[in-house]
Design a protein around this ligand. Structure first.
Ligand SMILES: Cc1ncc(COP(=O)(O)O)c(C=O)c1O
Length: 363
């Protein structure tokens, strides 16, 4: 857990990463993937940092997953050679950037999310003069991109086969609805997602590879037969969604905290801190918390204005103006995207400041 004292020299609010906890998360996920011969393509949308991507690759990640071209471009200094962009690219203006990105890598894999999208991506790649491997999206219950039925997937596969610049290599899904499942239902659910993906695949071509992707299911998926690659993102830093809502990790796995200062106590059971929605983002746990004290005290960020967090809980009586408190955020990915830098704490000391290289890279 972050020692708040390590950050004494810094103004708050400060977003801090405990290096040992993060490295343990990287090692654990890589270890299960390596043991079962499954490729790990971590999604970098969570951390957006070259320093972290470099560590994931050094541990054995086969490639990186990115949401946007800008994220992929920002990760090139990590030395990455293979990138999967898990989004529906359509804009012809992106052709020159795609060409440059492809030239910087050994392999660039793109997503195809519907027959209509296959046509749009075909236009873009023809414009760019590129022929690229693609993964086809299958919706396994989230209700976002991807084929809803086997017939829909077959239609997308036919559209890809009719597109000279697209080469189908596999099927992917993001089973993000698992965040809302009771933990006891998760193992059966995970097997079911994979079975549905495999069943759809078998109606198209049994040689196609399967790429599920979500931190909640990743380590279970990696142990199931037939999975080619997993793409977890949040696992690397973790948050309340993983430590409390889904209980996939313990609190010790939460490597990132927001350290904030108590600036006032307008009521005996209300403390105001100097971090609001511009630090925590507007994401909350199902219990309505933007953050909870990392040290186990009952201190919950129950509401945010832009620059104020409202902290309530049975331990508020014990906090005073000037106290610094480390909070685990509800959702780590959106917190990282709001900060230029993070403070890195190693062995209880401030060890480095890392730039959030892909911060705001949404194009
Ligand atoms: C396409 C895709 N793959 C992988 C992930 C990683 O999910 P998580 O952060 O839950 O590990 C996401 C998350 O939004 C995603 O959208």
């Amino acid at each position: 857990m972050i020692t708040v004292a390590a950050l004494d020299s810094l103004p708050t609010p400060v977003v801090a990463i405990e290096l040992e906890a993060m490295e343990a998360n990287i090692r654990a996920m890589q270890e299960v993937c390596t043991r079962h011969g499954v490729q790990l393509w971590p999604h970098i949308k969570t951390h957006k940092m070259v320093e972290i991507a470099r560590r994931q690759l050094a541990a054995g990640a086969a490639g990186l997953t990115c949401a946007k071209l800008g994220e992929a471009e920002a990760m090139l200094p990590s030395g990455v050679r293979r990138i999967f962009i898990a989004h529906s690219l359509v804009d012809l203006r992106q052709a020159p950037r795609l060409r440059r990105l492809r030239e910087s890598l050994d392999e660039l894999v793109l997503a195809v999310t519907s027959p209509l999208h296959a046509a749009a991506l075909e236009r873009l790649l023809a414009h760019a003069g590129l022929t690229l491997p693609v993964l086809m999206a299958v919706d396994t219950g989230l209700g976002r991109e991807g084929a809803r039925t086997a017939a829909g997937a077959q239609e997308t596969a036919r559209a890809i086969a009719a597109s000279p610049h697209l080469r189908l290599i596999g099927l992917y899904t993001h089973e993000g609805q698992t965040y809302g499942l009771p933990p006891a239902e998760r193992p059966a659910f995970t097997r079911d997602v994979l079975a549905r993906l495999a069943a759809v695949r078998d109606t198209i071509d049994p040689r196609l590879t399967l790429w599920p992707g979500c931190s909640v299911t990743a380590s279970t998926m990696a142990q199931l037969p037939g999975v080619h690659a997993v793409r977890p993102g949040a696992y690397v830093l973790a948050d309340l969604a993983l430590a409390e809502t889904t209980q996939v990790v313990g609190r010790e796995g939460c490597a990132l905290t927001v350290v904030a200062t108590v600036v006032d106590k307008p009521e005996p059971d209300l403390a105001l801190i100097d971090a609001g929605s511009k630090v925590f983002s507007s994401d909350k746990t199902p219990a309505g918390h933007a953050g909870r004290a990392a040290d186990g005290r009952d201190l919950n960020v129950v509401r945010c204005n832009e620059e104020h967090g409202y902290v309530r809980g049975s331990d508020v009586a014990g906090v005073a103006i000037g106290d610094r408190i480390a909070f685990i955020p509800a959702h780590v990915c959106t917190v990282v995207n709001l900060t230029d830098t993070v403070a890195v704490v190693a062995q209880g000391r401030l060890a480095a400041t890392w730039r959030v290289d892909a911060r705001g890279k949404v194009t």
